[in-house]
Design a binder for this molecule. Structure first.
Ligand SMILES: [Zn+2]
Length: 276
């Protein structure tokens, strides 16, 4: 048993620093990360804003930096654990580890379509020389092309991979969007698709009478969601023709990785192959 006591001055300084850090944590979360800044401003903010968080104990696999803590914030429904250096969330760090372990995205030359880019992935993909990279978004100016996922302006069988995370729940005709992903993939191409799923729900819930932001928040959990996916989500991928592997990737990781990297243990990854 370790009987060494901490030096009281170091203990006091450490406590004071942690208190200041937790105040900064709130400020950083509310006023910086929530704002819709351009990438140039974001990059500058992240570069300096992450400095007080640097240290040992936590690790972000996307930016590959170590931290004394992540930015933590709890709402009534979610606990956000955000990387101070690139703004990545729990689910994004999990997906990144999956991509590294189970795909050739970081090795082979391939043409990638990324739907609705987020800063942490987008900035890394742009730097990868093995990727012929395309990003689309219907609204965000950070994407390379402004495009509707249900009406892609790309040729059939033109991409090796498509990444589409937490997008389909915002789209009126989500099956049409999945069909478009299937269409633009080459034979043997793959799509990594994730959506928020209520694991307690057998069948996806959607009702066209639910129209207002308040109703959507109440029934679907978010103001701009158009349905609440249940355990049957996979069927929407199956019927389009994908060969789907449904993977609870966190089960394949040890507890140390889960806590050190701050990963989402509930996120289900749908790895969808186009076989013909
Ligand atoms: Zn990071």
């Amino acid at each position: 048993m370790n009987t060494m006591k901490k030096n009281p001055i170091i203990h006091l300084l450490s406590n004071t620093f942690n208190k200041i850090l937790s105040i900064f944590n709130k400020f950083y979360y509310y006023y910086i990360l929530g704002a819709n800044f351009s990438y140039i401003i974001k990059k500058a903010i992240y570069n300096f804003g992450c400095i007080p968080f640097l240290g040992q104990g936590y690790y972000c696999p996307i930016c590959e930096k170590h931290f004394r803590k992540f930015i933590e914030f709890s709402s009534s429904q979610h606990k956000f654990i955000i990387c101070p250096r690139d703004g990545s969330r729990k689910r994004q760090r999990l997906i990144w580890l999956f991509l590294k372990k189970y795909t050739k995205l970081f090795k082979n030359s391939l043409k990638l379509l990324y739907v609705a880019p987020v800063y942490c992935f987008d900035t890394r993909f742009k730097k990868m020389k093995n990727i012929d990279y395309y990003s689309i978004d219907l609204f965000s100016s950070n994407a390379m092309y402004k495009m509707d996922l249900t009406k892609l302006k790309f040729k059939s069988k033109s991409f090796d991979a498509v990444i589409c995370n937490h997008v389909l729940e915002h789209i009126e005709d989500d099956i049409l969007a999945i069909k478009e992903i299937y269409r633009v993939l080459k034979i043997d191409g793959w799509a990594l698709i994730t959506v928020p799923i209520d694991i307690g729900l057998e069948k996806t819930f959607e009702n066209k009478k639910i129209q207002t932001a308040q109703e959507r928040l109440l029934f679907y959990g978010q103001k701009d969601h158009l349905r609440l996916y249940g355990k049957d989500f996979r069927e929407r991928l199956d019927i389009v023709g994908f060969n789907v592997s449904q993977i609870n990737f966190s089960e394949k990781l040890n507890n140390q990785s889960l806590s050190q990297c701050g990963l989402n243990e509930e996120e289900i990854i749908f790895y969808c192959k186009k076989n013909q």
